[in-house]
Design a protein around this ligand. Structure first.
Ligand code: ADP
Ligand code: MG
Length: 318
């Protein structure tokens, strides 16, 4: 199969065709129409085999996750996803692998009405780069830098399940097979919180998606907003399995494990009634304070000091 046949067979046929795509795959560049009054939010993520995923991971999950992590970044900006580009480096043309990858990729694309509009394909080590584009009305984007003293801090969904699953994959923690399957879904098939992010426009002062662990990512909001915070362990939203394995794994896995792809955001008190009316799944975990730094309060009201703050790709190089 040539490169062109591969593109035609796997990527040119797709479930979504949007009216704002004047030219998608097939020319030297895509031609796209940005609606008036909207800004374009652009983000990209690179997934490298052996670094970000296990080489033998199920290709359906990989296709899903490669797009999901990008949609999660758009969600954190309050943007509505529209288009994406796919840059692929493949060691070989494996039809089964490509069928699975496209299934995971395009199922999620259909769910969020995003169209693949181009990319590049080359032979090499397995690397997947996706760039996603979304719309956000001028001045409505959710930024990391907007948190204000007195804001309440919220997270969507549950924290820690993906980190537990990773511990299991690495052989560091044992779960029953059925528990491991449930947790693995959170690691391999995260749900980007796109609806939540868009609903937070005009309500949240700041937002970020939790990819490297709550502590690291909330830390970015604090740094960029020049504020501090206090959070409470007893308020952390954990799943039933999260509660079950908490003792064994410890709070660090939940707070610093990463791969949650939930949103962390801050809301001023005057917007909390409107926030609660949204009826979305989120929990208040603490409050923004003037004093710099992050203070963590344990279940008995004492200060909790984590050993680890979160995932940093270059941390080991220092
Ligand atoms: P060029 O050599 O001009 O960069 P290519 O031959 O690489 O063009 O690509 C031809 C068309 O196929 C372009 O529209 C490009 O965006 C698209 N394309 C290439 N690879 C991918 C891919 N992995 N996913 C989606 N579209 C792709
Ligand atoms: Mg090319």
């Amino acid at each position: 199969m040539t490169e062109f046949e591969l593109i035609r067979r796997y990527f040119a046929r797709q479930p979504i065709t949007r009216s704002d795509v004047a030219a998608g795959i097939g020319d030297d560049a895509a031609l796209l129409r940005l609606p008036p009054g909207q800004q374009l939010a652009v983000t990209s993520d690179l997934l490298v085999s052996g670094v970000h995923f296990f080489a033998d991971v199920d290709p359906i999950s990989l296709g899903h996750k490669a797009l999901a992590v990008n949609l999660s970044d758009l969600a954190a900006m309050g943007a509505e996803p529209a288009w994406f580009m796919l840059n692929l480096s493949l060691p070989e043309i494996n039809a089964d692998w490509l069928d699975g990858f496209c299934q995971g990729l395009f199922n999620l694309a259909r769910e969020f009405n995003v169209q693949l509009v181009g990319g590049d394909t080359t032979r090499g080590p397995l690397v997947i780069g996706i760039e996603a584009h979304g719309f956000v009305p001028e001045t409505s984007a959710l930024r990391r830098s907007g948190a204000k003293v007195g804001d309440k801090i919220y997270v969507t969904g549950n924290l820690g399940d993906a980190a537990f699953a990773l511990q299991h994959c690495l052989g560091k923690q044992q779960f029953s097979e059925s528990d491991a399957d449930i947790l693995a879904k959170k690691l391999h098939r995260p749900t980007p919180r796109v609806r939540e992010g868009m609903a937070l426009r005009g309500l949240a002062h700041s937002a970020i998606d939790i990819s490297d662990g709550l502590l690291a990512d909330l830390g970015h909001i604090l740094d960029m907003s020049h504020v501090g915070a206090r959070i409470f362990l007893e308020r952390m939203p954990l799943s039933t399995l999260g509660r079950k394995y908490l003792k064994e794994a410890g709070w660090e896995t939940i707070l610093a494990g990463g791969d949650d792809y939930e949103l962390c955001f801050t809301v001023p008190s005057q917007n909390i009634a409107a926030l609660e009316k949204l009826n979305l799944n989120f929990h208040c975990i603490g409050e923004i304070e003037a004093q710099p730094g992050l203070r963590i309060v344990d279940e008995s009201g004492q200060a909790y000091h984590p050993l680890k703050m979160g995932h940093d790709h270059f941390a080991k190089l220092e």
